[in-house]
Design a protein around this ligand. Structure first.
Ligand code: CMC
Length: 390
């Protein structure tokens, strides 16, 4: 028998070769297809990044327009999905409903579930990208007891999502533009992150030749966990809890450092980054831009800034190389834009979708792909006699 290496959480195991995303965790570098996240954050758009991740190169202007038009014309929900969404409990978590809805796309669109047919894979890709924001907004409207809003083909991707979510409550003018720009930037920053838990899940499921919708649905469930995408919701809940405790940051950090308490500083730490997460820097700047516009200082943002300073000055965090990650400041921005905490991880899912699709497709076309099937070290009992019944 071959040697089996124990590697809990796959911290030291590469499961594939990939051309999509490069991370240097020590230097805090992140690149999609070779382009730095800073350049993409300043110069690109979310749709251009989707194209780049999935097709492997930047689109020409005409190609980008065609791509955007294709998504626009596919944004409607499949007939029957609204009835299905309306039947779910209204107080269910949106992530559970999102994963369920995406899974049922295989049922509504059985004409695009064959991984061996490139035309079907393209169709599933378009449908997923086009419909995920519509599904998310529909779930949100149901959760607040408001009538869902149909997609408007005259609006671009992000504007359309904000319109389907907030309707007439959407801010107009300068603030409206700022929110749309912020949303677009946040989606770019979340678009891919190589073999993170949800992307690895999409690949594992896809490696059995399951269809794209089902694989992405599994990824959404992986993202939901508080140690992964659910951290953006958990950060805001943590800040609210600290505020309720009278804003005593030292008491909270003492609790985090107490190994018995199992409390973590949410939004801090990363498997790969042992330095600043470059995304968190971009996001902190964006948070300032958005929250400085408010008349009164945002209490939770102020708390987050103080918490960050205190943690970065504390040897517990510096010795373990724990720095703020992508999720630390996103929640305060989403909150300022009017999203409830339960929608935060849904926004992450909309951003990460092109990454999931790009990885699923890369794996499909990689001749080295084998079914994902880790080994184990068995540590249970040896053979023992089964006590026969008298
Ligand atoms: N607060 C307090 N201590 C921490 C934290 C934290 N947030 N993260 C790690 N540690 C400690 C951990 O207890 C361990 O200490 P020791 O060596 O004394 O036992 C040490 O740091 C190494 O941690 P680890 O658990 O081996 O690290 P990991 O690579 O397995 O976990 C992580 C990475 C992101 C799950 C973890 O840092 C964490 O739970 N962070 C909080 C949740 C969070 O913000 N998640 C979002 C991650 S970024 C975006 C995303 O993936 O969605």
């Amino acid at each position: 028998a071959g040697m089996v290496t124990l590697d809990p959480g796959f911290g030291n195991t590469a499961s594939c070769k990939s051309e999509i995303t490069y991370i240097d965790g020590a230097a805090g570098i992140l690149r999609y297809r070779g382009y730095s996240i800073q350049d993409l954050a300043t110069g690109s758009s979310f749709l251009e990044v989707c194209y780049l991740l999935i097709k492997g190169r930047l689109p020409e202007a005409a190609e980008l327009k065609e791509f955007a038009d294709e998504l626009r014309s596919n944004a409607e929900l499949p007939a029957g999905m609204a009835d299905m969404l309306n039947a779910f409990p209204r107080n269910a978590h949106p992530m559970t409903l999102l994963a369920s809805s995406v899974n049922t796309l295989s049922a509504f669109y059985a004409d695009s579930v064959d991984p061996q047919d490139p035309a079907q894979v393209d169709l599933a890709t378009t449908r997923l990208l086009a419909k995920l924001p519509t599904i998310a907004a529909h779930i949100y409207r149901n959760s607040i007891g408001e009538t869902p809003i149909a997609p408007d083909p005259s609006l671009d991707y992000v504007e359309n999502f904000l319109n389907m979510t907030f309707g007439s409550a959407k801010p107009e003018g300068e603030v409206g533009e700022l929110f749309a720009k912020a949303m677009d930037l946040l989606l770019i920053l979340h678009a891919d992150h190589e073999q993170n838990c949800s992307t690895a899940t999409v690949r594992v499921v896809g490696s059995s030749q399951a269809d794209l919708y089902g694989s992405v649905s599994a990824g959404i469930n992986a993202l939901f966990g508080p140690l992964h995408g659910g951290a953006n919701q958990a950060v805001l809940e943590m800040l609210e809890q600290i505020r309720e405790m009278g804003g005593d940051l030292d008491a909270f950090l003492a609790q985090v450092k107490d190994r018995e308490s199992k409390t973590r500083l949410m939004g801090f730490g990363h498997r790969v980054y042992k330095n600043f997460d470059p995304r968190s820097r971009e996001i902190k700047g964006l948070a300032r831009q958005i929250l400085d516009r408010q008349e009164r200082p945002d209490e939770l943002f102020e708390l987050a800034l103080q918490l960050e300073d205190k943690a970065l000055a504390d040897p517990y965090f510096t010795e373990r190389k724990l720095y703020p990650n992508v999720d630390f400041f996103t929640g305060v921005i989403y909150r300022a834009m009017g999203f409830p905490t339960s929608m935060f991880t849904v926004l992450f899912a909309i951003g990460r979708l092109p990454g999931w699709i790009a990885h699923w497709r890369e794996q499909l076309n990689d001749p080295a792909t084998r079914i994902s099937r880790p080994r184990q070290l068995y540590v249970g009992p040896g053979e023992r006699a089964y006590p026969g019944r008298a």
